[in-house]
Design a protein around this ligand. Structure first.
Ligand code: GDP
Length: 430
């Protein structure tokens, strides 16, 4: 066992939380290395059903140390709410099992407001932001206009630093958007109410992780969203504002010496996409509604109905390559059981020409899906626990994905519960 990243291969919501929850058993440390409270990982276990936004999914396992790395958008208000929610349902969250990097930048009170103001200004040209302040946060971080969590331990410096940033931000809030300025009183209330409460968890997590690496501990890196939402490699500008790819994990975790040996790319058995942007294989009408309700495809954070479509092999092959996936965890295969025949997007046509390659983002608007059908299995597979338990048509569907994406499928998930999983040896899957 080495260090492993669990990442999304598509547009997000692939079921990463479920896979992390399953696999944390084998790891000593789970690290979130990017993103913030804008997406949700759904986890179902002995404590109940949870939608985790910022907390690493290892929080439910005794003995696992969970780390929020320097690459996350640390929103103290949302994080404290999430800790309270999880703790009220019997899951202990202490400085022993949750450590926040002192180098994680803070999502400031005006980031959510600015996100909302900008989406309102864009009106029908909006990006479909979850309005959690993620885009303003990351742009401010790169402009060096936010503060790091560790600064909370230097109150005099912090006060000076924050009031300088607020003065700068108010120029935008009032001048660009005509909104009310943020005040010192609001800032100190935020500091007193939320920031004070996260202080016990803040420490030098890089030092901790370097020690963990040196001791040979197993580290799991947990990503948010998927490859197609990666700021650099995704469908820009309909991406998120951080790097969702496994290659960013050691940087965003603050653990540059952690070599990642395994990258588990999570792929859903069909496609879903939240928000705006090109989605070549999108289904509409009754067909879409059936799939949406079979898979219960509504956003974990926003409740928004997700756009749905057949599995997109072109996007999945690209996503798996961008992630450097060494294996695939295929989720929600059970959802397709109602279909007589299963549509799969095997190629695109762009400008009248068929292509297997995922196009440059600007070309996606003109791309059309090429759909083929595979045989359905027409029976409930949610109780299958071994590869042999699956009907031949379901095994063929998995085999087809493996061959077309060029990556072994080592896990097949047939339900949201921890135990609803089929494990395959890598050798068998090849
Ligand atoms: P994440 O952000 O990648 O963790 O994905 P989400 O939590 O947004 O979406 C996954 C949803 O599918 C959650 O509600 C899970 O409980 C559920 N889920 C995960 N795996 C399976 C599966 O194999 N079958 C079914 N029916 N549901 C699943």
């Amino acid at each position: 066992m080495g260090n492993c990243a669990i990442v999304g291969v598509n547009w997000g919501d692939e079921g990463k939380g479920r896979m992390v929850d399953l696999l944390t058993e084998r790891f000593d440390v789970v690290v979130r290395y990017q993103g913030g409270g804008n997406a949700g990982h759904t986890v179902i276990n002995e404590y109940g059903k949870f939608a985790l936004h910022l907390l690493p999914s290892g929080i439910f396992r005794k003995g696992v140390v969970n780390v929020l790395g320097n690459g996350v958008a640390l929103d103290p208000e949302n994080l404290m709410r999430e800790i309270d929610e999880v703790a009220s349902r019997g899951v202990p969250v202490t400085p022993e099992n949750l450590r926040i990097s002192d180098r994680a930048s803070l999502l400031l009170p005006w980031h959510r407001e600015q996100d909302e103001l900008e989406e309102k200004r864009l009106a029908d040209r909006k990006y479909g932001s979850t309005k959690q302040g993620i885009a303003p946060f990351y742009s401010d971080k790169y402009q060096k206009k936010t503060v790091m969590a560790g600064e909370l331990f230097y109150p005099d410096e912090l006060a000076r630093h924050l009031s300088g940033i607020m003065e700068w931000k108010n120029l935008t809030l009032t001048g660009v958007y005509g909104a009310a300025p943020c005040t010192e009183a609001e800032l100190s209330e935020w500091l007193g109410t939320y920031c004070e409460r996260i202080k016990p968890y803040i420490c030098d997590t890089s030092e901790y992780l370097a020690g963990a690496v040196a001791e040979g501990k197993n580290i799991l890196f947990e990503a948010q969203l998927g490859a197609l939402r990666d700021l650099d490699m995704g469908i820009y500008p309909y991406t998120t504002s951080s790097n969702t790819t496994a290659a960013y994990a050691p940087v965003g975790a603050g653990a540059p010496s952690a070599a990642i040996t395994d990258v588990i790319g999570v792929v859903k058995a069909y496609s879903t996409c939240v928000g705006e942007g090109p989605f070549v294989c999108e289904m509409f009408g009754d067909e879409a509604e059936k799939l949406r309700s079979a898979g219960f495809e509504y956003g974990a954070k926003t409740g928004r109905p997700r756009r749905v479509g057949p599995l997109d092999i072109v996007a999945t092959r690209y996503g798996a390559a961008v992630q450097g996936a060494t294996e695939i965890a295929l989720t929600k295969l059970d959802v397709l059981s109602y279909m007589d025949r299963i549509p799969v997007c095997v190629a695109y046509t762009v400008g009248g020409k068929r292509t297997d390659r995922f196009p440059f983002p600007a070309a996606l608007a003109g791309a059309e899906p090429v759909i083929e059908y595979l045989e359905g299995w027409g029976t409930d597979i949610s109780k299958a626990r071994r590869w042999e338990d699956l009907p031949a048509a379901a095994r063929e569907y998995v085999g087809f994905i493996e061959r077309s994406v060029g990556c072994p499928v080592t896990y097949v998930s047939v339900g949201p519960e921890r135990e609803s999983i089929i494990l395959r040896e890598k050798e068998l899957a090849r």
